[in-house]
Design a protein around this ligand. Structure first.
Ligand SMILES: Nc1nc2c(c(=O)[nH]1)N[C@H]1C(S)=C(S)[C@@H](COP(=O)(O)OP(=O)(O)OC[C@H]3O[C@@H](n4cnc5c(N)ncnc54)[C@H](O)[C@@H]3O)O[C@H]1N2
Ligand code: MOO
Length: 599
């Protein structure tokens, strides 16, 4: 396990303390912990023990019950609680699991003693008289040394060195470590140290970066009526021409009052319905009967809801305390006049439509929709609705692709199923490139068929055939004819969808005016083991849901063949097993990418 995996779920810094026995580790910690406490740091310590240790006392109930066979004994009072668990693991304790047992909401950092061989950031303690070698020479994770006066260090040592007896200096170092610490990054699609194996493949992140480098955002805009702008991207910042709400108004049906501390009865001087106003100014002791949303009269300092009011004739009194300012919505408290209500690049959904409507805007400047031409290839691929020829399959890719394009708000040009000849391909690509911003094909990009699309593309433009370190979706072709981008997606139906989500989607979004779009990612606990190979990103189809404790968990949809579209139908997310992760055990946490953006 690498350090990112061990610390993936840690929300507080973790620092190992490593030393040979006899170095005075505990002596130092007994002084260091109170010093860190004094500086406001609450600490947890995880200690590795080699022996059959016990923390309980024979004769105590907890001891006796455990010996009687309770495999987990939790003893708790108002000052302390202690969970003693028996038969927990066959081998060495797993630090990732132990860290997950610490209540990280109650500490500022975790010190780890032992687990010397794990690649955790560590502070090495050293005393010459112990006569042991340095650890830092073999371990890149050592961040600093604390040594005694007799220790000889090489002159060119680049690590910080402190006096092992200088508790203040060591506490300073730890404070800096804590301040500089960052949780394991949100980079589930990045490369993580697999580059030492000579890569003949691109990582998912490298593929995305190369593609995005070639994408130019559309620049032409059009003005559309509000409703037609749904799922379009705003071309300009929208400043609010008015205050929202426009007037300071009542949040309740009730009485607007001008507070008079001495009075228990207020005189009702008028009634204001929504859409009307009261032109006078309230004087202390006066009230106006008011409806939700109606502008409050000048002089109002509270609105009292009708349920606590008792009106007899023109006199009204109220139960309970009157809080000044209560139930008044101030003009401009949602959006102030002149403030930017929505920025250019914002995709317009139902909430944005409503908000822009509330500003009184009937028309919006939006970016042009990209035109995307789609075709399928392969002599075995048949049009649904027509008879299926022997040994053939119905086209599904053109439909999944068009469905996702529609969700993204692209204009689709459906070129159907192309005849598998060089001429057909050449004329379709030539034509498509004259009208479309992007051309999407599926199939024919793995080794067997690559020879066919390649010469055509090279004649018309340029194309690269990549192997992406991912599954499914390993082969991917990407090229250009003039300014038109071409994606050759792999033929397998699940691979098409996964490649579209990872590569085509960010490209189209950048083109549409959302340059920094990233897929939504969440952390979930897998309920089953997942098979994966270090060095490639695995996208398994998953079903994520909350368990009885309200934690996000995920299970796979079962068999993961890259032709099995039913897995995409059944699933609600992709489980992303990162490149640096091998097999994942049940109970470990993984990234999940919900389908919500596209499916
Ligand atoms: N020797 C190798 N063989 C394969 C490799 C490889 O690296 N070396 N890669 C495998 C992977 S991974 C994938 S994915 C596929 C992708 O191959 P192609 O992009 O060349 O796609 P085809 O061979 O044309 O088709 C694959 C599969 O998909 C079906 N298909 C194609 N179009 C459609 C469509 N429109 N609707 C539904 N299904 C479609 C096609 O019938 C094939 O079953 O290659 C592996 N092989
Ligand atoms: O892209 Mo392929 O088998 O990885 O589906």
């Amino acid at each position: 396990m690498n350090v990112d995996q061990i610390l993936a779920d840690c929300r507080v810094p973790v620092l190992g303390i490593c030393a040979y026995s006899g170095t005075g580790k505990t002596t130092l910690l007994k002084k260091l912990i109170p010093e860190l406490n004094r500086r406001g740091k609450r600490l947890a310590v995880v200690k590795h023990a080699h022996h059959n240790f016990d923390v309980d006392i024979p004769g105590k109930d907890s001891y006796e019950l455990r010996k009687a066979g309770a495999e987990q004994m939790l003893v708790a009072s108002h000052v302390r609680r202690c969970l003693m668990a028996e038969k927990v693991t066959d081998g060495d304790p797993d630090l990732k699991e132990l860290l997950a047992m610490i209540d990280q909401s109650r500490v500022d950092m975790i010190l780890v003693e032992g687990f010397k061989k794990l690649p955790l950031p560590k502070l090495e303690l050293h005393r010459a008289e112990v006569g042991k070698p340095f650890v830092y020479t073999q371990d890149d994770a050592i961040q600093a040394l604390a040594v005694d006066a007799d220790t000889q260090l090489p002159a060119d040592l680049s690590l910080p060195v402190m006096d092992i007896n200088d508790v203040d200096a060591i506490a300073d170092f730890i404070e800096t470590f804590v301040a500089d610490w960052k949780p394991v990054g949100y980079a589930p699609l990045g490369t993580c140290g697999c580059d030492d194996v000579e890569r003949k493949q691109l990582s998912v992140a490298q593929g995305i970066a190369r593609i995005l480098n070639e994408v130019k955002p559309v620049s032409s805009t059009e003005t559309l009526p509000l409703l037609d702008a749904q799922n379009r991207v705003l071309a300009e910042d929208m400043a609010s021409p008015i205050n929202v709400p426009q007037h300071t108004n009542s949040a309740m049906d009730g009485y607007a009052i001008c507070h008079a501390p001495e009075t228990s009865h207020y005189t009702v001087v008028a009634e204001v319905l929504a859409g009307y106003g009261y032109d006078g100014t309230l004087l202390p002791g006066q009230a106006v009967k008011i409806m939700t949303g109606a502008p409050v009269p000048a002089g109002t300092d509270a609105v009292i809801m009708r349920e606590v009011a008792d009106q007899q004739g023109d006199q009204v009194c109220f139960q309970g305390e009157i809080e000044l300012g209560q139930n008044i919505r101030n003009a401009g408290e949602d959006i102030a006049e002149g403030a930017c209500a929505l920025t250019a690049g914002k995709r317009i959904g139902p909430a944005e439509l409503g908000l822009l409507g509330s500003l009184g805007l009937g028309q919006l400047p939006v970016l042009r929709r990209p035109k995307v031409a789609v075709f399928s290839t392969g002599d075995e691929v048949c049009q649904p609705g027509e008879p299926l020829k022997p040994n053939c399959i119905f086209d599904s890719n053109r439909f999944t692709i068009q469905g996702m394009l529609a969700k993204l708000g692209c204009e689709v040009i459906d070129l159907g199923i192309l005849e598998d000849t060089e001429d057909a391909m050449a004329s379709a690509l030539q034509q498509a490139s004259e009208t479309a911003d992007v051309v999407l094909t599926s199939g024919g990009v793995s080794v067997g068929d690559a020879d066919f699309i390649k010469p055509v593309m090279e004649r018309l433009g340029s194309i690269d055939f990549w192997k992406i370190a991912m599954r499914p979706g390993r082969p991917l072709a990407f090229g250009k004819i003039n300014d038109t981008l071409l994606f050759g997606l792999p033929g397998n139906p699940v691979a098409v969808m996964v490649s579209f989500m990872q590569f085509v989607q960010p490209a189209l979004r950048k083109m549409m005016g959302e340059p920094d779009w990233k897929p939504q990612m969440m952390r979930a606990t897998t309920c089953e083991p997942l098979r994966s190979k270090v060095g490639r990103t695995e996208f398994q189809r998953g079903i994520m849901q909350l368990n009885a404790l309200g934690e996000l968990t995920v299970t796979t949809t079962g068999a993961q063949g890259s032709g099995m579209l039913s897995s995409m139908v059944e699933g609600n997310c992709l489980i992303v097993v990162e490149e640096c992760q091998g097999n994942v055990a049940a109970g470990d946490s993984v990234w999940v990418q919900p389908f919500a953006d596209l499916l």
